[in-house]
Design a protein around this ligand. Structure first.
Ligand code: BGC
Length: 286
């Protein structure tokens, strides 16, 4: 009989024994773009689950400060940090400060992102570059810093069975083409294969890298799609579950995906979209 015991010196997997509500206790998280929208909900949810949270923002200091204050009120540590994720020096500075303050990082939520929409033949190079720089290059820069620290530190058994977790906030548009949003869809398609390639490369260090791919979530990025009844009705033709997603739908999933309950989940995209990727046009057609 073959011996299936491990051929490396990583520690055994020990599942969490703390209450599920505090499943991230003792972990330190960085959420980019956490002053509003999905990032805000994820930061608050991680805080509620016991994690200390750095609330990154690039605009809207007040919003970020409020998120940090809310997390601190719930009993975790938190502070806001101004940095443009597309700027290498600002990203390294943000990680250096976090490591100086709290010693390390356990969870990176690569969330910061934006849209700059235009018909394809009218799209400027500036619009293309802006979206690629923030949505894709920004995730690369932050993931690289996180992996450097995860590899340096390794697994700390009493904190987590993994040496670190990265969650890339992608989109259903990592697989659904999107006319009028070519830069955005290209950035999210890029996030998908970047995430999977990093996951494949760093898995042996027991670092988990995954994506959450949200559908239509009620946030400032897509106000036009839900703020009046006609727009909402049109949006619902794309959502079999017939409701818009709330930022908290993403927050809850991020807590689970970052936790040791998801320890064997690596290199995958978790679609949270009310069925938007189920080809809703085929409900009656085809
Ligand atoms: C976009 C939203 C859009 C949703 C579904 C998201 O990634 O940012 O504007 O409503 O995808 O199409």
């Amino acid at each position: 009989m073959s011996d299936h015991s491990r051929d490396h010196d990583l520690p055994d997997v020990v599942m969490p024994t703390c209450p599920a509500s505090k499943v991230l206790k003792g972990q330190k998280a960085l959420v980019t773009g956490a002053g509003s929208g999905i990032g805000k909900a994820v930061a608050i949810a991680l805080g509620q689950a016991g994690a200390d949270v750095v609330v990154n923002y690039v605009r809207g200091r007040q919003g970020a400060d409020e998120v940090a204050a809310k997390i601190a009120k719930n009993g975790s540590r938190a502070y806001s940090h101004l940095a443009d994720v597309a700027d290498e020096d600002q990203v390294t500075g943000m990680f250096q400060k976090m490591i100086a303050e709290w010693g390390t990082i356990d969870i990176l939520i690569n969330n910061a992102g934006l849209q700059q929409d235009a018909p394809f033949d009218e799209m400027t190079l500036a619009q293309w570059n802006k979206v690629i720089n923030v949505n894709l290059t920004g995730q690369f820069l932050c993931a690289r810093e996180a992996v450097r620290e995860f590899k340096r530190r390794g697994v700390v058994e009493k904190v987590s069975c993994a040496a670190g977790k990265i969650i890339c906030i992608s989109s259903v548009h990592e697989v659904i083409p999107w006319a009028g949003h070519v830069n955005y869809a290209a950035s999210k398609g890029g996030v998908m294969l970047m995430m999977k390639s990093i996951a494949q490369e760093v898995a042996p260090y027991r670092i988990r890298v995954n994506s959450i791919a949200p559908g239509a979530i009620r946030t400032p990025i897509n106000t036009d799609a839900w703020q009046n009844p006609q727009a909402y009705e049109a949006l619902m033709t794309l959502v079999p579950y017939k409701r818009i997603g709330e930022p908290e739908d993403i927050g809850r999933a991020a807590v689970w995906l970052a936790s040791d309950y998801a320890d064997y989940v690596n290199g995958t995209s978790l679609f949270i979209d009310g069925g938007m990727t189920l080809y809703p046009g085929f409900t009656t057609g085809g």
